[in-house]
Design a protein around this ligand. Structure first.
Ligand code: C2E
Ligand code: CA
Ligand code: CA
Length: 549
């Protein structure tokens, strides 16, 4: 036996070797003593034979990320012995490499720390946790934040750090005593944890300060949602030893804005701390981003969101209508309904400014219902006045995915009595690339109702004309950006001509949008484009200004 084998055999540390397929190839005597498994039980099996189920998937994901990226992982883990008992071990896993630095397998070395745990908690645990709240402490944060930053850069995902400071905590300690203050802090910690996901890191930074790291693919909005939830949660009263205690909190937020540049963890903490002071300066009980522009954008968005909620009730929306003209007859063959918001202070707001926010916040659903019904009613009115015209409405991604679009349309047609052929829906090309089978089925059902379907903004997405043959669509609307370039680029001229010819060959009619000049109009007529829409011929106008006759 070589000296290294002797070391392996006589060590009191459990050892296990595994190959690249994670099959156990070798164990030592201490492994058998600690786990109760013999070599026969485990050789060629996977190490998860020892798994206790106490750690979740994210834990193992992070562990393997560390092994694969850093070459090792070390920490505490709960495993299961052969007899079923669960025990804590201190474990280090190293990737083994050969001389050529190629990975050949893994070695795990562990010690059973149940004795230490039985006496209380382990040394590692104590060093990295706050005894009062049980939360990880700032030492834990220091080690884990660097890893989290690296992961975010590698995965190109977002990372936000929230620095929480309680407002009005000091008077509680001063007037009700430290023991009450301690219990409040414990309860604060619990409320914070209850408002976060398991994968978020929550630490007690010290005193009445807590630091949270939100990792993952959330948007800047996500951190603001978490922050405002936390502020709401901490505003509710705490009941401690017969006292009803009210506190509030100020939160500073820093984000890894440029994921390609390495932001040191200390900067992230410092920025969040600075932002927290800004939140305090503004009166506390609020959050503030280190990046002022994010703060402003989010405040504006939150403001618009509240206003949008009342806009529907107060009847501040209106549909404008923009005609599309048939190039052969020069007559209107359809009108597109385009929403406008009459804001009591800011005046007329175009859809680009509020539809995206409405989509994010879910308010798009009642707004879309209103659009559908209002447009159908308008089309019925024109029909009754003896000037029937097809009406086109724009469909948002949220409507398409909600699963009720077909029934919403059928209901609206029934309620208003609009003949289905007088309704058209416009979907942007980008909506078609997700969930293709589901979308095809949905569009087929809508088509069966007799409603026609147009692809909006064609040319800006990724679809080709042959791709579109999968979908039951009737019309293509060539995006404005192509029409705009018509007079300066011969290549664009040829492209539009080819699109029109190809679309006709698969029985699609073609509308050109954004026609602003006579030159564009003449060319589109020359190449047989079926309809045109644009400021040259008609701008979007209120219903009273549409002249159909
Ligand atoms: P879109 O469906 O591509 O609508 C065409 C937009 O181009 C309209 O802007 C229209 O005013 C503008 N436009 C028309 N002709 C010309 C032209 O000759 N030159 C130029 N420069 N622009 C022209 P609008 O009304 O601001 O609407 C913007 C977008 O908002 C629409 O793009 C549509 O995607 C969305 N939208 C409008 N109404 C609704 C709605 O009721 N529901 C949903 N989900 N989205 C809507
Ligand atoms: Ca449209
Ligand atoms: Ca369009």
């Amino acid at each position: 036996m070589s000296s290294s084998n002797l070391f392996y055999e006589q060590s009191s540390l459990g050892m296990m070797q595994a190959d690249l397929d994670l099959k156990i190839t070798n164990i030592n005597q201490a492994f058998i003593d600690i786990t109760g498994y013999s070599a026969n039980d485990v050789i060629n099996k996977r190490p998860d034979i020892l798994s206790s189920g106490k750690q979740d998937k994210t834990f193992y994901k992070h562990m393997w990320e560390a092994i694969n990226n850093d070459g090792y992982w070390s920490g505490e883990i709960w495993n299961k012995r052969k007899n079923g008992t669960i025990y804590p071990e201190l474990l280090t896993i190293n990737a083994i490499t050969n001389i050529e630095k190629e990975k050949t397998g893994y070695i795990a070395i562990f010690s059973d720390i149940s004795i230490i745990k039985d006496q209380g908690v382990s040394l590692g645990y104590l060093a990295h946790h706050d005894p009062l709240t049980g939360l990880p402490n700032r030492f834990f944060l220091n080690t884990h934040l660097d890893n989290a930053i690296e992961r975010s850069i590698r995965n190109k995902s977002k990372l936000a750090l929230l620095f929480i400071d309680l407002d009005l905590f000091k008077p509680i300690n001063d007037t009700l005593g430290h023991s009450v203050g301690d219990v409040v802090l414990q309860k604060v910690a619990k409320r914070i944890v209850a408002n976060l996901r398991d994968s978020d890191i929550v630490t007690r930074w010290g005193g009445d300060e807590f630091v949270i790291v939100l990792e993952g693919s959330q948007s800047a909005d996500h951190s603001s949602i978490v922050a405002s939830n936390l502020i709401d949660a901490l505003k509710k009263p705490f009941f401690v030893q017969g006292n009803e205690i009210y506190i509030s909190s100020s939160i500073g937020i820093s984000t890894l804005t440029d994921i390609n540049s390495h932001t040191p963890s200390c900067d992230l903490i410092r920025h969040a701390d600075t932002a927290m002071y800004q939140a305090k300066k503004l009166g506390g009980n609020q959050f503030y981003y280190y990046d002022k522009e994010i703060t402003l954008a989010i405040q504006q968005q939150a403001y618009i969101e509240t206003e949008l909620r009342t806009a529907l009730e107060k009847g501040q929306f209106e549909l404008y209508y923009q005609a599309k003209f048939n190039t052969h007859s020069n007559k209107i063959d359809s009108v597109e309904a385009l929403i406008r918001w009459h804001h009591p202070v800011k005046g007329l707001i175009p859809p680009d400014k509020f539809i995206p926010i409405a989509e994010k916040t879910g308010i798009i659903t009642p707004i879309s219902d209103w659009v559908l019904n209002t447009a159908c009613k308008q089309a019925v009115q024109w029909l009754q006045e003896g000037t029937p015209v097809q009406i086109a409405i724009n469909i948002s991604a949220i409507q398409l995915n909600a699963g009720t679009l077909r029934n919403d349309i059928a209901d609206s047609l029934n309620r208003t009595g609009l003949p289905p052929h007088l309704l058209e829906i416009e979907l942007t090309e980008s909506l078609l690339i997700h969930n293709v089978d589901k979308t095809v089925r949905l569009l087929e059902e809508i088509n069966k109702l007799g409603v026609s379907i147009a692809i909006d903004d064609f040319g800006t997405g990724f679809s080709s004309l042959s791709y579109l043959t999968h979908f039951p669509v009737n019309k293509l609307k060539i995006d404005r950006c192509f029409i705009k370039k018509l007079h300066c680029s011969n290549a664009d001229k040829r492209l539009i001509k080819a699109i029109v010819a190809l679309a006709h060959s698969i029985d699609l009619s073609v509308v050109a949008e954004g026609v602003e000049t006579l030159q564009q109009l003449n060319y589109l007529k020359e190449i047989n484009c079926d309809s045109v829409q644009g400021f040259l011929l008609a701008k979007p106008v209120p219903n009273t200004e549409v002249s159909l006759s």
